[in-house]
Design a protein around this ligand. Sequence first.
Ligand code: ATP
Length: 950
Amino acid sequence: MHDPSPDSALSRTPPPAGPPAAQAPPWHALPPDAVLSQVESGPHGLAEGQARERLARFGPNVIQRQKGEGPLKLLWRQVNSPFIWVLIASAVLAIAMGKVTDGLVVAAVVVLNTLIGFVQEYRAGKAIEALSLMVPESATVLRGGQKQSVPAAQLVPGDVVELASGDKVPADMRLLASRNLQVEEAALTGESVPAQKHVPPVEEAAELGDRTSLVFGGTLVTSGTGSAVVVATGHDTQLGRISTLLSQAADLQTPLTKALAVIGKYITVGILAVSAVLLGVGLWRGYEVSEAVVVAITLAVAAIPEGLPAIVTIALAIGVQRMAARRAVIRKLPAVETLGSTTVICSDKTGTLTRNEMTVQALWTPAGRYSLSGVGYAPTGELRRDGEPLGALPDDVRELLLAGALCNDAALQGRGERWEMTGDPTEGALVVAAEKAGLRVDEARTKHARLDVIPFESEHQFMATLHDDGQGRRRILLKGAPEAVLCRCAPHDGATPEAVLAEVERLARQGMRVLAVAGRDVPASHAGLSEQDAACELRLLGLEGMIDPPREEAIAAVRACHEAGIVVKMITGDHPATAEAIGAQLGLQKEGAPGITGARLATIDDAQLPEVAVGTNVFARVAPEHKLRLVRALQSKRHVVAMTGDGVNDAPALKQANIGVAMGITGTAVSKEAADIVLTDDNFASIAAAVEEGRRVYDNLIKSLAFVLPTNLGLALILMFGVAFFPIHDLEGARVPLMAMLPTQLLWINLVATVSLALPLAFEAKESDVMRRAPRDPDAPVLSRFVLMRTGMVALLMAAGAIGLFLWEYQRELPHTGHAMALAEAQTMAVNTVISFQIFYMLMCRTLTGSLRKVGLFSNRTIFVGVGVLVLLQLAFMYVPFMQRVFGSAPLTLEAIGLSVLLGAVVLPVVGLEKWLLQRSGTEVVKQVHRDKDKKEEPPRPGPRERLPA
Ligand code: ATP
């Protein structure tokens, strides 16, 4: 390539890291030719070499967004919680009162918790940030005169890019051509009404919003098509300049974390009140002031579940990562939770529930019926009539297949065994059908040059083209949904509209998508194609019926959803009979059960719609605006709705749904921006997998909660009981209260045990019944009756065990070793009892209702890391002299340790019994939604399916 001349715009454009391109030419005021020459490009774009060279010079087309929260801010957020403030105040107070050891241990609790929370949240944030890279953005570019799809990051100034409805504009560009191009520029200007874009230059002084000849990176094409040349990439774009305003902060807040934050505040206030009462009781019973203060502080520290926020974040982050591994990329964190309570999934048909591998199997022309054998895109198979192979290709079939292949943008590449199809699978099937019948589509396309096209859009359901056969004959061809084509055809002698419609219905009943093909000769002077040209007087050439079988995994996933109490509804643009047949194959509804069409939906008012929406599972010939109404109607019945979508017009429905699901492969950028999750394989089964993961995350949170709360309360009870009832001895002139555990010992347990045992629960595998119970009730309180009752029961058991063993051991040893030694041994035994109790209880928490045997002892290895570390620390606690000095512990015999472990194991049968009782009584641990009431409401029968317009 030639080097940029000194006055070309390229030489003036500063490198990416430089200051903004303040002196860049006023691209919007220049005509397209001038822009092309300034950026040293042409209408056919850059050559590969040029593009490579420019990429090296200008750098990739990416905007380094401002990082989310910096580490310092994140650290501050850890510290800035009511839990931690109380702990810090306690540490300072204890040290001020001369209880230095106690104060330092409290400080250690604070530091350790903050660090664990910080490290885990930092990692979680990074993991979630990385997800955005999993849904790559690409652009259609002319390179070396060839159309190709390249990653948007590789665009360079001078590239010529094609834009279509649904695309995200990949860089700042000057328009070269446009057809009804509308762009939504909210990302840049905040204006959500799409702006019209045109090629003619505008005044140099025009504001950003009025520069209608430019399209800006990061904005969205809402309709039309166009082509444009890139003038600025990366940080030189308008969006790049304001990128400091964009924060990529992974928002780690969800409804659950918010609910827990509120609960946390109440718990803190409650605990402070109880601490104050305990202080009073201590003083009243004759404790020294400093002693009483330390006891009150210890209570606060022991009872506050300071590790909880970190556990919640980690459980959510693990969920996000596992969903990504199962091909559902989360874009908004709250979706992780909402997925678990999804009650209805509304899914597209083509490609999501079906394989999107279309094969034409039936042909119909006014002269008769034909069939084509073979499946897939390899054109091997043959044409038959009445089961008999045909020798020569009849003229009517030739005309039908040729028209279907010409009014078509798909292409077949390769020969022999391996064939590849590029383009829309529906169109690919038509090309394959023509090749199977012996037509050479490439040659035919050269011979019948295409002069103009009206592209296919779901709204009008047809595509039309204008061709010239090189001998002055011109012809309009049209293909599309039979209703859309038939109403454009003239009455003709071949077959009555009724006969055609009966044929359409017959094929559709076999689950086939049916396309009608028509044509009309026009005078040689006819140069362009308008809507009117394609509106009437066409001649019907015939019908092509194609199968698109359901995906095996979708059938299984639908079954799994049904077991999980989730209703699956199919929403499709296809013919009602096709939709019903596929719906029956997928098990969405019984064979013969009626679906409902978009046209009929339009006649049902908002008051009636909810009942119809609940009572119907197959929706056919649906337009995007119906989707929005359906979501609202289902939500009005308290359903939690997941809705899939791929087109521009699906965006409102995706936003309205509780979970908007976009397609990673075939979806438009607009639909992905609107969605909460993006499926990287476009497969329905991935939604079901995400729901399963969502339920698992919630289960694990409840498990962590059911573990943390009772152990904290248990510690508090041990302390409170001692202060209230234990004797106070007069020893060598000082009043020494008897305590089952020293404050430092309680703090030790809090320091080492709670987090090391609770965190691994967030990694727990799924419950065996996770997809066999009804969806979670999103309105049920987090602190359910189950959690509260479990907390009370386990806390009492733990406190009673520790206190009982302490008293027994103290009384037994007192006569032999004297007060000091007996006390140290008895207290160490109490600590051991609590720790072993916690270990056993944690094992019981690994499943909410089932038995540990079902889960498999080794299914979660992180548990053993936690337990291993804890056992080592506990050995140090007993046998290392320094620890004995700090914590007042004593070395114990194996027998004494065994006794503590045995007592701790009492929790196994007790909680086992509770689980058994819960199961027997059918009590729900995670509150589920019950829709029996809804089921009894017999939905009004949708009217007989309206006949297709003749
Ligand atoms: P689903 O909603 O199940 O994913 P879909 O989105 O593929 O289906 P549309 O693309 O809106 O549905 O297609 C609706 C109808 O338009 C089809 O039933 C078919 O008759 C017709 N059709 C589909 N593709 C084309 C095409 N490329 N050219 C002409 N007509 C088409």
